[in-house]
Design a protein around this ligand. Structure first.
Ligand code: SAJ
Length: 410
């Protein structure tokens, strides 16, 4: 019962940890020597609630270890990045590299699961790479030389990964029924949610569909926010009122959509079928245009003042996290420092200790404490709905120009 998990990032490491906790012997594989060393020392290379304890415990019990080479195992779980290449096409080269590492270790009977979010056909692609290198093995089930390929996309929410990994329902799509069943039996060892079997292409598309659904719905709210602004209407009141209708449930507008999933995955659908994916592509466009609209509004207000001080509240991609990657709020704050003719930007981000490197070399920006920044500011720009901003004393905002992109202070 040995499982190899290839790629020990935000999904791979938690997956390896819960499998080890469930009693499997788990070997994690990563190209980063520092990650491997951290795990073998029983520590974690990034922060995720509850992960450190499970990693420390399973490493101490000898159930979890890490290495840079792909080992022999009964099951393989591939959890590597799928970045963009070209015009938002999926770059499958990390999946290909993982498959090439796995291929020489196989002898027949193994399960190979793709966990990475990927476009329709990616599991087939992974299988073709492996079978291309090992033509004596087959996808045909129930033979001594059979291999079993499956896709099990994760849907955990960062910050709640260790809970959702155990409790969420999982979609499991096999290249054969037997492969899906083997994958189900493995995941049943740690997952108490429902395990829903289908084929690999449907599973791939299901994951992309969930995030595209959310993106399209956020785009609807963001488009409304632009229309409402021109009409002199408060968009949050508008949405609240419309949502009283029993069949209307509009999401919340904001400065844009960030993170590594919702702003990325819909493109994989677009790239698979540009002709038909019109609404999904348009939604991406609306959400990606929102930071520029916020910026234009702030700059317009700033131009009316001499040496304006602007407090930019929040850099993270959503509330109460320290994750600044793919964050529209950070992009807005950085662009502000570039495009402001004169004046100062006071960045407030309670979840970090130093400004990220994108601000390097800028003389007109400093990281400030909330109360200090608001007191000094002419313009207060709210970009993230972090709790400390929610509870800010509103009295301190009087006399200020307030641009509230999250509707937090209505
Ligand atoms: N946002 C809005 N308005 C809203 C809701 C969200 O502007 O009404 C923005 C957020 O501020 C943020 C972005 O959208 O910038 C995404 O945040 P999120 O909390 O909606 O989602 P993520 O990216 O943290 O995680 C999503 C989840 N997918 C869905 O809810 C369908 C999660 O379950 C997935 O596992 C994850 O993507 C993933 O890994 O794919």
């Amino acid at each position: 019962d040995t499982v190899a998990v290839i790629g020990l990032g935000y999904i791979g490491l938690p997956t390896a940890a819960v499998l080890a906790q469930a009693g499997k012997t788990v070997i994690g594989v990563d190209v980063a020597q520092a990650t491997v060393e951290a795990i073998n020392a029983g520590t974690v290379p990034f922060v995720e609630e509850g992960l450190a304890t499970v990693v420390a415990g399973t490493v101490a019990q000898g159930k979890l270890s890490a290495q840079t080479e792909t080992p022999q195992a009964d099951a393989y779980i591939v959890s590597v990045p799928t970045p963009f290449k070209g015009d938002h096409d999926a770059d499958l080269s990390y999946i290909e590299a993982a498959a090439k590492g796995i291929a020489p270790q196989l002898s027949g009977g193994e399960l190979v699961v793709l966990e990475s979010t990927a476009p329709p056909g990616a599991t087939e692609f992974m299988a073709e790479v492996i079978l291309g290198l090992r033509p004596e093995l087959t996808m045909e089930p129930n033979l001594p030389n059979s291999l079993y390929f499956s896709h099990a996309p994760e849907r955990v929410l960062p910050g709640r990964i260790m809970v959702e990994m155990l409790e969420n329902d999982r979609i499991i799509g096999g290249l054969s029924t037997e492969a899906a069943e083997l994958n189900r039996d493995l995941y049943a060892s740690f997952c108490t949610g429902e395990l829903l079997l289908t084929d690999a292409r449907t599973a791939e598309m299901a994951k992309l569909t969930e995030n595209a659904f959310r993106d399209v719905n956020i785009a609807f709210a963001n488009e409304l926010s632009l229309i409402a602004e021109r009409q002199g209407i408060d968009v949050w009141e508008l949405i609240e009122l419309a949502n009283h209708h029993p069949r209307v449930n509009i999401l919340q507008p904001g400065p844009g959509v960030g993170g590594h999933c919702i702003a990325v995955d819909p493109w994989f659908i677009v790239s698979a079928d540009r002709e038909n994916a019109k609404l999904i592509a348009a939604a991406r466009g609306v959400n990606d245009s929102k930071p520029e609209a916020v910026l234009a509004k702030v700059l317009e207000r700033a131009e009316r003042l001499k040496h304006p001080t602007i407090a930019a509240l929040g850099l993270a991609f959503k509330a109460n996290i320290d994750d600044l990657r793919e964050s529209p709020s950070k992009d807005i704050a950085v662009a502000l420092t570039e495009r402001l003719d004169e004046g100062t930007v006071l960045v407030v981000e309670p979840n970090i200790d130093a400004l990220p490197r994108e601000f390097d070399g800028r003389g007109n920006v400093e990281l400030a404490a909330l109360e200090d920044a608001v007191e000094r500011a002419d313009i207060v720009l709210l970009l993230v709905d972090h709790d400390p901003f929610r509870t800010l004393d509103r009295e301190t905002l009087q006399e200020k120009v307030v641009i509230d992109t999250k509707g937090l202070w209505r």
